[in-house]
Design a binder for this molecule. Structure first.
Ligand SMILES: [Zn+2]
Length: 224
C-alpha cells in the first residue's frame, strides 16, 4: 500500500516538473494574480471587444471583419475572445440537455430519460449528440462577480440601507412582504442547529427570489 502511494507521489512530481510554479498552483491562482495586478492593456482591449460584441450583438463574421476595417487596432479572434473572457471571469457554465421544444430539462427525475416525457421528442440526434442544451451559470460565481463589482455590491445593499418599511402595510418593495419580514425575527437554522443570528442581520446578506412562469406562489402576486 505504502509503496503504491509513493509511486503515485513520484509520478505526480515527475509530471509537474516541466511546469512553472504558477502552472503548478493552477488556473484559479493565475487568475487571481492577473486580476490583483490590474489587467494588462491587452486584456483590457480583449474585454472592450467582448463588451462591444455582446452589447451590439455582433456576429462572429462581423468581428472577423473588424481588423480589416480598423487596421492596426488590437482585435482578438473570436476564439481567443471566448477563452480569455471565460478564463478572466472564472465562470464555468454547466450545460444541461433539454427538450428542443423547451418542455423540460434533463436533470433531476428526468436525468436518465432518452425522450421528452411531455412531447416525446428524442433527446439526442442520430449521432448521439444532445439536440438542445441549456447553459446554466451557477449561482455562487454570479454572486461572487456581483460582489467584486463596486457598483453592483453597493446596489446589493439596497435591502439593508436603501429601503424603509412603512408600518401601514404598504407594499413598495419585496422587502415589505410578510414572508421576508417574518424571516427578520427568525434565527437561522442550519440542518438541526439553531444559530445565534437572525436572517438578513448582516447588510451583505442576499435575499434570493424565485420567479417562475405558470403559477403564483404568493397570494399578493396575482400575475405569474
Ligand atoms: Zn418536449
Amino acid at each position: 500500500m505504502e509503496s503504491g502511494l509513493g509511486e503515485e507521489a513520484s509520478n505526480e512530481s515527475a509530471s509537474l516538473s516541466g511546469l512553472s510554479a504558477v502552472d503548478q498552483l493552477g488556473e484559479d491562482f493565475e487568475r487571481s494574480l492577473s486580476l490583483d495586478a490590474a489587467l494588462s492593456e491587452t486584456d483590457k482591449a480583449t474585454l472592450r471587444t467582448f463588451a462591444l460584441k455582446t452589447d451590439e450583438h455582433l456576429t462572429r463574421r462581423t468581428l472577423e471583419k473588424l481588423p480589416f476595417a480598423f487596421p492596426g487596432a488590437h482585435v482578438p479572434s473570436a476564439n481567443h475572445l471566448r477563452t480569455r473572457v471565460a478564463f478572466l471571469s472564472g465562470i464555468k457554465p454547466v450545460l444541461y440537455d433539454c427538450c428542443p421544444n423547451s418542455c423540460c430539462c434533463y436533470t433531476g427525475p428526468h436525468a436518465a430519460l432518452d425522450n421528452c416525457p411531455y412531447c416525446k421528442a428524442p433527446r439526442r440526434d442520430s449521432r448521439g449528440k444532445a439536440r438542445s442544451q441549456f447553459s446554466y451559470i451557477p449561482l455562487i460565481p454570479r454572486l461572487q462577480a456581483f460582489q467584486a463589482n463596486t457598483e453592483m455590491a453597493t446596489a446589493m445593499k439596497h435591502r439593508a440601507h436603501g429601503h424603509t418599511h412603512k408600518a401601514d402595510s404598504t407594499i413598495s418593495d419585496v422587502y415589505d412582504s410578510t414572508a421576508y419580514r417574518s424571516k427578520l425575527r427568525q434565527r437561522v437554522r442550519v440542518h438541526d442547529k439553531e444559530l445565534r443570528h437572525c436572517h438578513f442581520s448582516d447588510p451583505r446578506d442576499v435575499a434570493l427570489g424565485l420567479a417562475t412562469d405558470g403559477f403564483g406562489p404568493f397570494r399578493r402576486r396575482n400575475k405569474t
